[in-house]
Every structure is written in structure tokens, then in C-alpha cells.
Design a protein around this ligand. Sequence first.
Ligand code: SF4
Length: 215
Amino acid sequence: MQSKLRLALDTMYAMYPDACCELDFKTNEQLAIAVILSAQTTDISVNKVTPNLFQTFPTMHALAEAQLEQVEETIKTIGLYRNKAKHIKQFAKQLVEDHDGILPSNEHELTALAGVGRKTANVIMGVAFQQPALAVDTHVFRVAHRLALVTQKANVLQTELQLKRKIPKQEWIDAHHAMLFFGRYHCLARQPKCKECSLQSVCNYYKQQKTTQSD
Ligand code: SF4
């Protein structure tokens, strides 16, 4: 692994030794639903609706059979709730019909389910099944680009593939969580904590900001 990436990851591991999935769930199926709901919204807001959602619809069968309006009502405080209600109902229906209500453990079958894209499948693979996976969400993407851990124009998929090429496979899950926490709590989108960041010397974003300020 290149030394900058090693330094960056080790710094993040030291800062967030307990980095892990912050969504609340009891079963793999609930985790999948929580991850679907977390698209473009915070884990905190998802955790506010899932206790009631999982209590109201305790099984995938119950969710599959639910009235769409009732699902919408249960999750209406989160962004894009109408679409997400459709997705999780359809997701539950597919799980019941195609997988006896049990979450499949391979990426191909996961991404065939409603609401499950590559990022969601990667989170599920890593968190539910402890299979090597490196999900690139908005935080991982931002951190990878600010630190130039990937090429400048890399899109989400390219970012995932480039990071996977450089990071040992056994480290993918930990790297995902550490980069996510670093982006969520330190290298924030609008106000990154650059003044107190020990990665300043290797950060492209920081160098660019400095250059802009001195122009
Ligand atoms: S110096 Fe700023 S932009 Fe760079 S990694 Fe640290 S917090 Fe993020």
C-alpha cells in the first residue's frame, strides 16, 4: 500500500478505533431496510423511525403485506420517504417470494432486490456477513478525493475499485468504517476540521485551500 494511504488509514483508525455501523437493527433483514432508508439522509434520522417500523411490521411477510400508506406514515420524517416506502415494501415482497424471507449473502442476489444498489449491497456484505466489501458513500468518496487517495476524476465505482486495489482485502471493512467516521465527524463536507487535522501535510484539499487563501 502506498505510504500516504497507509498513513491516512492508520490516522483514522487511531481517531476512530470503534468505528462501526451506526444504524440500529436486530436482524440482517432489518439492517438491509435501515441501509435502504439511509440513502441521502442521516443514520440518526433513520434510527428515529426504525424502532416503530420494525415493531409495526415485525416480519418481512408483514411488511410485504402492509398498506403502502401505513409504511409511508411510519417513515415520513425521513427524506424521500414515499420512494423509500415503496422500495422497502417491494424489498420485503421479493425477500418473501424469492428467498423465504431470508437476506441472501451474495452481491448479485442482493442487488436484484428493490432499493439495493452497489453501495447498499457492500454495506450489507460487510456488516451483516463480514465479507470483504468496501462501500463508497458520500463520506468515503469525499475523504478519498480530498486526500487524493484515488485519481481526481474517479467516480463512485472507480473510487471503490481503486481503493480496493490499494487496500488489503482483509482491511476493506475497517477502512470503510474508518473513512466514513473520519468524513462524518472530522473531514466534514462544509466545515472540515483542517486546523486540528494531522493529515494536513498530505492533504490535497488543504494545500489547495491554502493556495487559494494566499492568492
Ligand atoms: S486537512 Fe482538512 S480536508 Fe484534509 S483530511 Fe484533514 S480535515 Fe479533511
